[in-house]
Design a protein around this ligand. Structure first.
Ligand SMILES: Cc1ncc(COP(=O)(O)O)c(C=O)c1O
Length: 476
């Protein structure tokens, strides 16, 4: 369940998006909102101030709250928007530095050794060991077929059908994680020089792949609450020859945005009209706090979608186990898999399949979602106390939120300073190909428990921000 003020803010925001309230309109009074929603005055004011901070509305003393003109409805009042033209680019070094330590989601990697191991991992280890114990010698001598273990593909297909798709096992190829799936997706529908649209801010691993494959990137603005705006996609399609669009409709990184159902349906229509391939990053979709996964793009435009997923965020990053599916590409995908990694580990595939079929994965997911929700709430409370001047998204799932600071705070300089103290942040510039963009923003993860040292690390970040802003410590 989300905070009540957030539910109110989201409803009002939806009304503004749908045109119920237009620029210049006065919103219902605080008293009316209190009565209608049965909320306290403080909660209503909190919701309105969220929308005000994000640039959607403004207050007029003694009159009420008014909807702003569309131009000023930026994601927040400091956000910059990406340049609207495709181009080749080269990635920022910070990405390599953060990823060398593999710690992109932990503010304080040294603390991880104290974190409790989820009980499900013990069951997973047992399932994999069992398979290895009973495995035949021949399994060590032969590669698995490129598409991957049939039983696991059947299990995955059945899970995707429960989410509203018509997936069958023969459409699925097992991969070495979602990053590998994204590589296969891009390779199956683009050639060097093609234009690929991405969310901005968006996942840096996608940007790395585009750079490596010599693809031109077109960054489309991604709203921290509702994700990619379909109108922006429609507009871009009239101007540029876009081959593919990479998007994370459910709990995108770095914002945690969730694309509403209607927007998904509209995007599917656009993809069909323009022969656009949607590369859907589904990696966070099972981490919905209300337990309800919205149907993926694959459900609405199956012939135009390549869905990529993995167990990295929901179970273990170390499994290196993912999948890709898209009926229009079923023949090409196993071929590309075979070229890029020959085969997957049969023991891992069998072990994970066994783990899922016993119901252990679903039990684990239910527990994990509870934990993540508690950790998200703890982070939001910490931010309310520590970064009072910051603006942040409050996602309904996934692992992270997007924090926007005062425009003069440089999170790249903050990254360098914090790094010396063992604190790892993911600065905003990691999530764009455009130098200087989102420099005052950062992604914060709630994937780990808020132990006292992690809380201290967050408070320390605030102090470092203040010291950098006042010049007490210098930027590099
Ligand atoms: C949005 C997104 N897609 C893909 C990946 C890569 O996932 P995997 O570990 O399964 O390769 C990540 C990892 O951070 C991610 O955040």
């Amino acid at each position: 369940m989300s905070f009540r003020y957030q539910q109110l803010a989201n409803t009002l925001l939806n009304d503004i998006h749908q045109g119920r309230w237009q620029a210049g309109d006065m919103l219902p009074s605080v008293r009316q909102l209190m009565q209608h929603w049965q909320l306290s005055r403080a909660t209503v004011l909190h919701a309105l101030s969220e929308l005000e901070l994000q640039g959607y509305i403004h207050a007029q003393p003694r009159r009420g709250y008014f909807v702003n003109a569309r131009d000023s409805q930026a994601h927040n009042n400091t956000q910059q928007t990406p340049e609207a033209a495709p181009r080749l680019f080269s990635i920022n070094d910070v990405v390599h530095d953060v990823m060398l330590k593999g710690a992109a989601f932990d503010l304080l990697p040294s603390e991880s050794r104290f974190d409790a191991k989820p009980p499900a991992l013990e069951l997973l280890h047992r399932a994999i060991s069992r398979v290895m114990r009973h495995g035949k010698g021949a399994q060590h001598q032969h590669y698995e077929e490129p598409a991957g273990l049939l039983e696991l593909r059947e299990t995955l297909a059945s899970r995707l059908r429960q989410q509203g798709t018509n997936t069958v096992a023969s459409d699925i190829t097992v991969t070495q994680g979602c990053q590998h799936a994204l590589l296969l997706a891009l390779k199956s529908c683009t050639q060097a020089g093609d234009v690929v649209a991405v969310e901005s801010p968006g996942y840096f691993g996608t940007l790395q792949l585009l750079q490596e494959l010599g693809l031109q990137v077109l960054e489309l603005p991604c709203h921290p609450i509702t994700g990619l705006a379909v109108a922006e996609v429609a507009d871009a399609l009239t101007r540029w020859p876009i081959k593919a669009l990479v998007l994370t409709p459910s709990f995108a990184t770095p914002t945690g945005a969730l694309m509403p159902l209607e927007a998904r349906q509209q995007l599917a229509q656009l993809a069909k009209q323009h022969q656009l391939t949607l590369i859907e990053d589904h990696i966070y979709a099972e981490l919905a706090f209300n337990g309800e996964t919205l149907p993926p793009m694959l459900a609405f435009a199956p012939q135009h979608t390549l869905l990529c997923g993995s167990f990295s965020k929901s179970l273990s990053r170390d499994l290196r186990l993912g999948y890709i599916t898209g009926p229009a590409f079923s023949k090409r995908l196993p071929h590309l898999k075979q070229i890029t990694s020959l085969a997957s580990s049969r023991f891992i595939e069998q072990g994970v399949d066994d783990f899922i079929r016993r119901g252990d994965y679903d039990r684990h997911l239910r527990r994990e979602i509870q934990t993540l929700r508690v950790q998200r709430n703890a982070l939001v409370e910490l931010l309310q106390r520590t970064f009072e001047d910051g603006q942040y998204s409050i996602p309904e799932g996934g692992l992270c939120l997007w924090l926007s600071l005062n425009p003069h705070v440089d999170t790249l300089a903050l990254y360098q300073q914090a790094r010396r103290e063992g604190i790892v942040i993911t600065p905003g510039t990691m999530f764009t190909s455009q130098p200087g963009l989102y420099r005052h923003c950062l992604r914060l993860s709630f994937a780990h428990p808020w132990s006292a040292p992690r809380r201290q690390a967050l408070i320390r970040l605030k102090t470092l921000c203040q010291q950098l802003s006042s010049g007490e410590i210098s930027e590099i």
